[in-house]
Ligand binder design. Structure first.
Ligand SMILES: *[C@@H]1O[C@H](CO)[C@@H](O)[C@H](O)[C@H]1NC(C)=O
Length: 123
């Protein structure tokens, strides 16, 4: 059986407009290993008093490529690629200040580090 390895990494400061915000975003769990075709949830804790309105972006980092944004969300979901409909979804839980990326029916192509990020300009 093929195994998927999806990593939710701490938001790298290079991805954030202000370096200090790396402290504000915390992803858990750090590493997730699942069998192929399973669904994987990656959480990102966001410390922000305006959690409901803040834009959270999710990036996937494939080998030898720059991180690519796959989706983002404020109060509704925006997918970068329409064909990812059903593959990626994002939910925000305001009671926990947690933003969750769901990767459905994982394939080996989905095995990658995923980053959450927040950009100052959209706050
Ligand atoms: C969108 O996804 C499809 C299927 O994975 C892929 O073939 C296509 O290149 C993607 N488009 C962009 C703009 O990334």
């Amino acid at each position: 059986m093929h195994v998927l390895l999806l990593q939710g990494l701490l938001a790298a400061s290079a991805l954030c407009c202000r370096c200090s915000s790396a402290q504000d975003l915390q992803q858990t769990p750090i590493s997730i290993t699942k069998a192929e075709s399973k669904t994987v949830l990656i959480n990102c804790h966001v410390s922000d008093p305006d959690f409901n309105n803040v834009f959270i972006h999710w990036y996937r980092k494939r080998p030898n490529t720059a991180p690519k944004r796959i989706a983002y969300m404020s109060s509704r979901l925006f997918l970068e690629n329409k064909s990812d409909d059903g593959k990626f979804s994002i939910e925000k839980d305001a009671t926990k200040s947690v933003c969750t990326l769901t990767v459905s029916k994982g394939t080996l192509q989905d095995s990658a580090p995923y980053y959450c990020a927040r950009w100052d300009e959209q706050q």
